[in-house]
Design a protein around this ligand. Structure first.
Ligand code: UDP
Ligand code: MG
Length: 166
């Protein structure tokens, strides 16, 4: 089945200049990138993205991690990949959550580490199922930022302030 998945190059990935290598590894899956942008991760976005983990002991540290407070780097690269079994293919290339247990040739196995706090600093995020992918893509991207009619969208009239180039 053709499907979409969200990938986030986390702040450690940017700090360590791993973006090029990560994109090149992911390109081996033969998927299409249908959305991509650099995002400054707000506390609100971080909390919404990881809301299902809020009772975990590592949650506070995880929020610091994704908002860049551990790396002095509050940018991440967000990407949407689309194609046959995209979720599974990307998870395989990413490796398992714990970088010590991940395949050494996977992205997390090659570049991840466990911090002294116990947090898994594992370089990228990848959606783990269809439902999660849809929720995450809708959270990180506006419909017009994705060059494919992925999910139903409607046109709305907005009268809020918008920045335009001078
Ligand atoms: N995480 C952690 N310790 C754990 C589980 C998760 O530090 O025992 C962090 C890790 O950075 C992970 C993120 O929390 O990527 C989200 O956890 P999840 O279980 O969703 O793993 P993922 O889907 O990212 O593999
Ligand atoms: Mg997950």
């Amino acid at each position: 089945m053709e499907e979409a998945t969200l990938v986030i190059v986390k702040p450690d990935g940017l700090k360590k200049s791993l973006t090029g290598d990560i994109l090149s590894r992911l390109s081996k899956a033969g998927l299409r990138i249908i959305g991509a942008k650099v995002v400054k991760v707000s506390l609100e976005l971080a909390e919404q993205h990881y809301h299902h983990l809020k009772d975990k002991l590592f949650y506070k540290e995880l929020i610091k991690y994704i908002t860049g407070q551990l790396h002095g780097e509050n940018r991440v690269l967000a990407l949407v990949y689309y194609g046959e079994s995209a979720i599974k293919k990307v998870r395989e290339i990413a490796g398992t959550t714990n970088p010590e247990e991940a395949e050494p040739t996977s992205i997390r196995g090659a570049y991840g580490r466990i911090l002294t706090s116990g947090l898994y600093e594992n370089v990228i995020h990848a959606s783990s199922n269809l439902q999660e992918a849809e929720r995450e893509i809708k959270l990180w991207f506006e419909p017009e930022e994705i060059v494919y009619p992925l999910y139903p969208a409607r046109i709305t009239e907005v009268s809020s302030k918008k920045k335009v180039w001078l």
